[in-house]
Ligand binder design. Structure first.
Ligand SMILES: [Zn+2]
Length: 631
């Protein structure tokens, strides 16, 4: 925050003053538009920066772009009038393209030549939190840009701020831009920039701590000529694609890493990039698919040693395949060599499954849980290492909700090294298990699931699997059934809010008809709102999918246990009598806390009227028995 800034800049931003035109009669609307038009003309004549200042120029390989010389954006000054910088605001939207092409721009007298640029962005901003969700972009060729937030090295509070980067462009650039990464609402308080300096410097090598973007041509045989072996760490490879394809990257040591470059599902043709991690200097980039790109963008994330994640204690053993457990089940009413008992798709006589999970562990989780539980849901809450919900986990569990992990820090796992990604996922499990005293098996990917490759494949998925989770929620929205949940660590879901509400309402009738369908509603309790009216609206919304007689409402972990039971409990015939059959059930050792929560429903062969299970006679109801195989 910059404390009561004086807005010295009118430019075009006043043109966008919020005005709700709906209630106005037509004539007032016309008058309003006219007055706005007149104001715009006045503003354009008096303070348009393109009129008042000379275009910045490249002098001896160096160009300095100041806040005052920028087109669009809002100039921020401190109380005494000292310039803090220029930030993104609504004046950065172009009239027709709105947010998509929003930018602050500097247009030099002549285009900047292609080649290497070493850049420094400075800010006189000395406050606390500020949004750096912005990129600096050269506008030539593939518009090579460097994303500030993920590369920024934080300076002490009170220090002037700066950001350093390297860009190699393959084509001359008409201008230099600052572009927002996210939506309009993120523009509040974007980092104010006082000055950008670009220098033509050709490096002989670059360190892993550098933020680098290279645009490089691709030769007809698919080879990309690198200027030198590029630093280790996290990279993305991408380009302007009209079709899907394959590429291979390789370090000076180790195995080649195959990369698949997929088309964006919605925007078919566009700049698409795929992340990878290279542990020895990157020496080869080969585009395997013919004519996929004429040039590519390679982006390197500045590598810094992040603080290690807590690792006190050991993760709980959930399953031990070396130890086997067995039980016998006596079936009465059949002695024939008929079929064995079998698993239904959905346990407990239900037709389908409703899952719900809530990320980030905010204080509002408690109220959210109360509403969901009241309506018969069994929600799962997924927490980070600093989540306020850590303080009331016991209350959530006492309500029948489940507590799971959203990684220790809310960092997209693919932006970390493979080692840190695993540590981040495992640390949170460790923290929760230490506090809760029982295994934690549910997870949701921070920032959603987005694969990243290393020599062994997708290390984002591997981190979650190797940290010992059984089920993990993604943001992939395709509908699914119990049978096509091939990988519980990639559960699909539909998010509340945004377009999600409509999707959920549309999916519900289809889901109810579908045999063994899975309806997965995910959300963030902080999105619900602050007012009681907003909470009432939320309650009404979730109530429409609640208490459906044919639906099973398990927690994420219980659903994972059911999937596990179907695959891992082996049923075999043992001995057949005149009017009975003894069946053996076998499974790997399962942690007792999990075993007590693992559903075990079995469809009985025709004619079986009752069973004997652990000394008890149980009737067969609707062709099924529901057992508990635990201490
Ligand atoms: Zn989250």
């Amino acid at each position: 925050m910059w404390g009561m800034p004086t807005l010295s800049d009118v430019r075009l931003c006043s043109f966008y003053n919020k005005t709700n035109l709906n209630p106005f009669p037509f004539i007032i609307y016309i008058m309003h538009a006219l007055s706005k038009f007149l104001f715009m003309c006045l503003a354009a004549v008096s303070v348009n920066p393109l009129v008042k200042s000379a275009a910045p120029a490249l002098v001896e390989g160096r160009i300095v772009l100041t806040a005052e010389d920028s087109a669009k954006g809002k100039i921020i000054r401190a109380k005494g009038g000292k310039l803090i910088g220029v930030t993104l605001d609504r004046s950065c939207e172009s009239n027709f393209d709105k947010a998509r092409n929003a930018h602050i721009e500097w247009v030099p007298g002549r285009p900047l030549p292609a080649g290497w640029w070493h850049g420094v962005i400075e800010s006189n901003f000395t406050g606390g939190y500020v949004n750096r969700d912005i990129s600096i972009q050269l506008t030539g060729g593939l518009k090579p840009s460097v994303y500030v937030a993920s590369n920024y090295l934080h300076v002490a509070k009170g220090e002037p701020q700066r950001f350093e980067f390297w860009i190699h462009s393959a084509a001359p650039s008409e201008s230099v831009r600052i572009v927002p990464r996210g939506d309009l609402w993120r523009w509040n308080r974007t980092w104010p920039i006082s000055r950008i300096t670009l220098e033509q410097v050709t490096p002989a090598s670059l360190p892993a701590s550098a933020a680098i973007t290279l645009e490089l041509p691709v030769s007809t045989d698919g080879a990309v000529a690198l200027p030198f072996s590029l630093p280790t760490g996290n990279w993305t490879l991408g380009g302007y694609m009209g079709k899907a394809g394959e590429a291979v990257v390789q370090g000076e040591e180790g195995l080649p890493i195959p990369l698949s470059l997929e088309l964006d599902r919605w925007k078919k043709k566009r700049v698409y990039s795929t992340p990878f991690h290279i542990r020895s200097p990157l020496k080869d980039v080969q585009i395997v698919t013919k004519n996929l790109f004429s040039s590519v963008l390679l982006k390197h994330k500045a590598t810094r040693e992040s603080k290690p994640y807590p690792s006190e204690g050991t993760l709980m053993v959930t399953v031990d395949p070396a130890k086997s457990e067995s039980e016998t089940l006596v079936l009465y009413g059949t002695g024939e060599a008929g079929p064995l008992p079998a698993f239904p798709q959905v346990p407990l006589g239900y037709k389908n499954v409703v899952l719900t999970s809530w990320d980030d562990g905010k204080p509002t989780d408690l109220r959210c849980a109360q509403i969901l539980v009241k309506h018969g849901y069994r929600p799962t809450f997924l927490l980070n290492g600093s989540s306020p919900a850590l303080a009331f986990m016991d209350k959530l569990e006492a309500m029948g909700a489940e507590v799971g992990s959203h990684a220790y820090t809310h960092t997209a796992l693919g932006t970390l090294s493979p080692r840190r990604a695993l540590e981040n996922a495992a640390s949170m499990r460790l923290l929760l298990e230490n506090k809760l005293g029982h295994p934690v098996i549910s997870f949701s990917y921070p920032d959603g699931y987005s694969p990243a490759q290393d020599e062994e494949g997708d290390y984002v998925f591997r981190a979650v699997r190797d940290a010992g989770y059984w089920i993990a929620r993604t943001q992939i929205t395709r509908e699914q059934t119990v049978a096509d949940v091939e990988e519980p660590l990639l559960m699909r879901s539909i998010g509340l809010y945004g377009s999600g509400n409509k999707m959920l309402v549309a999916a519900w009738p289809r889901f109810r008809e579908k045999e063994a369908g899975v309806f997965y509603l995910k959300g963030h309790s902080w999105q619900i709102g602050k007012s009681d009216a907003q909470w009432d609206k939320f309650e009404k919304f979730v109530a429409q999918f609640a208490n459906n007689p044919g639906s099973w409402y398990p927690t994420n972990g219980e659903f994972a246990l059911w999937l596990w039971a179907q695959k891992n409990i082996k049923i075999s015939g043992k001995t057949r009598g005149a009017d009975s059959m003894v069946v053996q059930l076998e499974r790997p050792w399962l942690h007792p806390w999990l075993a007590a929560r693992c559903p075990l429903s079995l469809k009985m062969p025709a004619g079986v009227h009752s069973v004997k299970w652990r000394g008890q006679i149980l009737p067969v109801v609707d062709g099924r028995v529901d057992l508990v195989w635990a201490e």
